[in-house]
Design a binder for this molecule. Structure first.
Ligand code: ADP
Ligand code: MG
Length: 240
């Protein structure tokens, strides 16, 4: 039912309450599904995330099996026809996630400092190409300038446990129009809440079109912070 940019596939198997999801990744994808498994197991005590049923690997790849959560993904055609409800659910759902997951208890780090440690070697290896950057970031121009911007980490607004990939497709929405759970938590970790908000708002552009970013932030309950949004989008673009 889903194919990601790295060749990973997600299959839905079974029906109704017995529904399960198999998330498979090829051997050379660079994705470590066991990192997601430990995060899912940790987060499950505090919020609604998929329950891990099985985890396996062989020479053809690796995969995890999770129990199905209720709801449709926020980019399902059903919700694309009603972006107002979807965007509100993403915003309130992200707020709830940030409130439910306890920072003091969280063993995972997703801070800008830690993420920059993976960006710098990628840059040094010539694996970052400004031509690939989103048009919103094109004005930065060069890898050197981007690294300069990223070195100046904005002071933390509020530390939370971030989702790590808070884009619309990773939010599920129930028939009542509210968030029914989050999936895809392989990068979950402690960071400034704007690390998630920057990506959640950005993803409304490509999933629903222009004009939804402020609605999402309003539903979350925060006023726009263009500097942190730009910073964390740039960090996102230069990360793996
Ligand atoms: N346990 C689950 N319950 C409901 N939907 C799921 C579940 N696991 C995955 N999905 C669906 O499959 C999609 C792909 O899974 P995801 O973990 O996001 O993979 P990827 O890392 O490739 O984006 C999700 O957007 C979601 O719609
Ligand atoms: Mg996903």
């Amino acid at each position: 039912m889903w194919k990601n940019e790295l060749g990973g596939l997600t299959f839905r198997i079974g029906l109704g309450d017995a529904q399960q999801f198999v998330k498979w990744t090829p051997p050379d994808s660079g994705i470590d599904l066991s990192a997601e498994v430990v995060r899912l197991r940790w987060a499950a005590a505090f919020t609604v995330v998929p329950r891990v049923v099985d985890e396996e690997a062989d020479e053809t790849g690796s995969w995890i099996v999770t129990a199905g959560l209720p709801g449709r993904m926020a980019v399902d055609d059903y919700w694309k026809r009603d972006p107002r409800t979807a965007v509100r659910a993403i915003g309130t759902g992200l707020r709830a996630l940030h409130e439910e997951l306890p920072v003091a208890d969280c063993p995972f780090d997703w801070s800008a400092e830690q993420r920059l440690e993976t960006v710098r070697p990628r840059a040094a290896a010539g694996r970052i190409n400004p031509a690939d950057w989103h048009e919103d970031l094109q004005h930065i121009g060069t890898v050197e300038r981007a690294l300069g911007v990223l070195a100046d980490i904005p002071p933390v607004d509020e530390m939370v446990v971030c989702h790590g990939d808070a884009c619309a497709p990773n939010t599920l929405i129930g028939d009542d129009g509210t968030c029914s759970g989050h999936v895809d938590l392989g990068a979950l970790g402690v960071a400034d809440r704007w690390a998630d908000l920057a990506i959640a708002t950005w993803s409304t552009q490509w999933n629903y079109g222009p004009g939804w970013e402020e609605s999402l932030l309003e539903a979350y309950g925060v006023v726009p912070d263009p500097e942190r949004i730009m910073y964390y989008r740039l960090l996102w673009e230069l990360s793996d």
